[in-house]
Design a protein around this ligand. Structure first.
Ligand code: ADP
Ligand code: LRH
Length: 489
């Protein structure tokens, strides 16, 4: 039996998942799970990167204690955030979280130096305030100049384990610094940031062997013998690899977690004028693919409501309370930047409802219902855009990630988009991470076979659309809401 471990760290939680394959079926076992989140200090937002690294070690210790002495290992995390290292490989700073407000207004400042059209033509990456391009522009210039290396978060975690510095491509593309045509860092964008190419490690493709865990770590913590395999280190890249194969129907996906990433996998980028106007991105995928998708505010909205409500209810309970609340009563334009990191999400939602003359949600159930209705409506709008931009009608929507557990949201989505929703697997990101390892060892031939096995090995829940008599009036309200709100693309 070959053992494979996926380290998958999202913005809200991390886990180490053990994957094994037998008789054409893939099994998962969660070895370790831990919470994640950024903390605010003196007005800045930071991740606790040392804590995350320790949790990886703790998970590996548990694996060893459970009898796993040899395995392969891959790491993925959320995108865009970075770590600066000095020439000795020591970290120069705390790791900013992408919701940190130091990038407020920076996109507009950079637009005066290089036009957004030009940046899009080069990179194909959507405009998000927190793209690494804008974060680095906002970073203390002296500290940046002093940095010997700039590693993205999963690259850094691999470095801590192995001592090897890489710059994995699926995640590197989210920096908005890679040139699509040259498939390298764009010299003009680097010079705008006063950065040297050597400050980034060589671009590395998923599947590359990165060596093993340093002996001193292995001995000190009693860890298994791990062969480190470069995963598709951007969690969304791994999540898309873990979407079960659809043979006969044209499908789009939503990777549903802290964000809802709605899109399709393409074998070429679509960095057209229309795609730029609609703010769709072309993130690089494994095997030369592109994730043509849109970032939608996602379950961050409910995560914040739950946190501010002192976690009185679980996510499942919040979905139950929402199901009992009246539907389509109050809607919010969920992609408006006001929801990116407000001081108080509950108050921000209430304010948005009051400003647009709608009933103000009071209870956790009412707040949750407002969020889920609004997300489902936004999925419909962006799905329509996606079809137009790609010229491909979508017959079925595949929802993967933690959000696939939310039966209410999945059903509302089916009702509103008027198409079947297939929900699951919930651990698609870990599965996509494992797929790269299984292809490396030869246990699985290619990504198509991996996706077929994933589809057979995990329960996929189908949601069929129910008739919605008031749909037209609802869509008219949704349109009107966006006509008055500043929008958010
Ligand atoms: P990330 O990787 O961004 O941290 P996940 O893919 O782990 O996110 O998804 C976490 C989200 O999934 C939670 O914020 C929650 O909204 C949703 N979720 C998880 N379990 C359930 C459940 N049982 N019922 C409803 N929602 C759930
Ligand atoms: C999802 C995700 C998403 C990025 C954001 C920073 O976890 O990686 O794809 O846009 O976080």
């Amino acid at each position: 039996m070959n053992y494979h471990i996926a380290v998958d760290i999202g913005a809200s939680s991390g886990r180490l998942v053990l994957g094994t394959i037998a008789d054409g079926s893939l099994s998962l076992e969660e070895i370790h799970r831990f919470s994640n989140g950024f903390t605010e200090r003196d007005g800045s937002c930071f991740w606790d990167i040392d804590y995350l690294f320790e949790e990886i070690l703790r998970g590996l210790q548990k694996a060893k204690a459970a009898g796993i002495s040899k395995c392969t290992l891959g790491i993925d995390t959320w995108a865009v955030d970075y770590v600066l290292l000095d020439a000795e490989g020591k970290r120069l700073q705390e790791v900013y979280a992408y919701r940190d407000r130091r990038t407020d207004g920076v996109m507009e400042e950079v637009a005066k130096l290089i036009s957004p059209d030009k940046v899009y033509a080069k990179t194909g990456i959507q405009q998000l305030t927190f793209n690494t391009l804008y974060q680095l522009y906002a970073h203390d210039a002296k500290e940046l100049a002093a940095a010997d290396q700039i590693l993205l978060v999963p690259d850094y975690l691999y470095y801590r384990l192995s001592g090897r510095k890489i710059n994995e491509v699926t995640n590197a593309s989210t920096t908005q610094l890679l040139n699509l045509a040259e498939r390298e860092y764009d010299a003009e964008l680097l010079s705008l940031l006063k950065l040297r190419r050597e400050q980034f490690a060589p671009l590395t493709e998923p599947g590359e062997v990165l060596g093993s865990i340093k002996d001193e770590l292995k001995q000190q913590y009693d860890l298994p013998d791990c062969e480190l395999i470069c995963a598709a280190t951007h969690d969304t890249a791994s999540a898309v690899l873990g979407v079960p194969v659809q043979d006969d129907r044209s499908a789009a996906y939503i990777s549903s977690g802290t964000w809802s990433l709605l899109g399709v996998e393409l074998d070429h980028p679509v960095n057209t004028e229309a795609a730029m106007q609609a703010n769709y991105t072309n993130e690089w995928g494994a095997f030369g693919t592109y994730r043509f998708l849109k970032n939608i505010m996602g379950l961050w909205l409910i995560q914040e409501v739950r946190r501010l409500d002192r976690e009185r209810y679980s996510f499942a309970e919040l979905a139950e309370l929402a199901a009992e609340a009246e539907g389509y009563l109050s809607l919010i334009p969920c992609n408006d930047p006001r929801f990116l990191n407000p001081d108080n999400m509950i108050e921000e939602i209430r304010l948005a409802c009051a400003e647009s003359g709608q009933p103000v949600p009071q209870t956790p159930g009412e707040l949750a219902r407002c969020i889920f209705d609004s997300l489902a409506l936004s999925y419909r709008s962006y799905l329509g855009e996606l079809e137009q931009l790609t010229g491909r009608p979508v017959e079925v929507l595949q929802i993967v990630g933690g959000g696939a557990n939310n039966t209410l949201l999945c059903q509302l989505t089916a009702d509103i988009i008027g198409r079947e929703v297939l929900a699951g697997p919930t651990e698609s990101t870990a599965l996509g991470n494992l797929a790269i390892q299984l292809i490396h060892t030869g246990e699985v031939a290619d990504i198509r076979e991996a996706r077929t096995i994933i589809g057979k090995s995990f329960k996929i829940q189908s949601y069929l659309p129910r008739p919605l008599p008031q749909l037209e009036a609802l869509l008219a309200r949704w349109e009107a809401l966006h006509a008055v709100s500043a929008g958010g693309s």
